[in-house]
Structures are given as C-alpha cells and as structure tokens.
Design a protein around this ligand. Structure first.
Ligand SMILES: [Cu+2]
Length: 126
C-alpha cells in the first residue's frame, strides 16, 4: 500500500464521517432496544420537542414508544403518527405507551396535534 492508497482510504473515511455528521449530527438518532419479549422499546421525553426526535426501529417487529410528557404546555398534549393512523392524548407527567408494528421500511414523521413539534421514526428493513 503506498501513500496515495492510504490517502484515498483516509479521504473516503472522512467523507463517510462527514455524510453521517451531515445527516445525523444535528439530531440524535437513537435505536430502540429490543426487550426479551421481542418488543422494540424506547422512551421519548416530550418537552418543547421530542427527545430523541429520530427513532430507529426494525421493520416487522412490534414497537413500543413510551412517551413521557414532562410539561403541561398544551402544544404537546397530543401526538400523531399519521402513517399508522395513531393519535394519542398524552397526559402531563405521565408515560403513555404507543404500540404498533411497522410493516414497511421508510421514514415516518410524527407530530404534535398542531403539527409544530416533529420527530421522525426510521424503519429499517430486515
Ligand atoms: Cu403543538
């Protein structure tokens, strides 16, 4: 391996790092953890936004998103997963589970009832 090849490899790695940073760096993409029951679980804190606001799950396995609403601001009292036909009321300072099984890979936006707060569910293929 000569210096040129090493340079190309390093350049390629830097490019990959840059692409990852560009698309994911600003937001926090977090993968759901699969419990023993086989359910992909993740806790989402609702406070002026969703944290994490990018959630990665696998296709074809049940998902449970535990939304903990850590505020009383009316903006966040509802969460809507339009692609899954889900609209749920989130009582303040309580955890509300939202359960479904994503059958198709893709990116699905979820929002508050006013479409102001946004998050993204990324469903990856098997
Ligand atoms: Cu809102």
């Amino acid at each position: 391996m000569d210096l040129t090849e090493i340079g190309v490899i390093i350049g390629g790695l830097l490019l990959i790092a840059f692409v990852l940073w560009y698309f994911f760096g600003e937001r926090t993409a977090v993968s759901a953890q699969t419990a023993e029951s086989g359910v992909q679980e993740i806790r989402v804190t609702v406070k002026g936004g969703y944290s994490p606001d990018v959630i990665v799950v696998r296709q074809g396995k049940p998902v449970r998103l535990d939304f903990y609403r850590d505020e009383t601001a009316s903006c966040s009292e509802q969460v809507i997963f339009g692609d899954f036909g889900i609209a749920k009321h989130l009582p303040a300072f309580e955890t509300t589970p939202i359960e479904f099984t994503p059958e198709t890979p893709g990116e699905f936006t979820f929002t508050c009832g006013m479409n102001m707060m946004r998050g993204k569910l990324v469903v990856t293929g098997v």
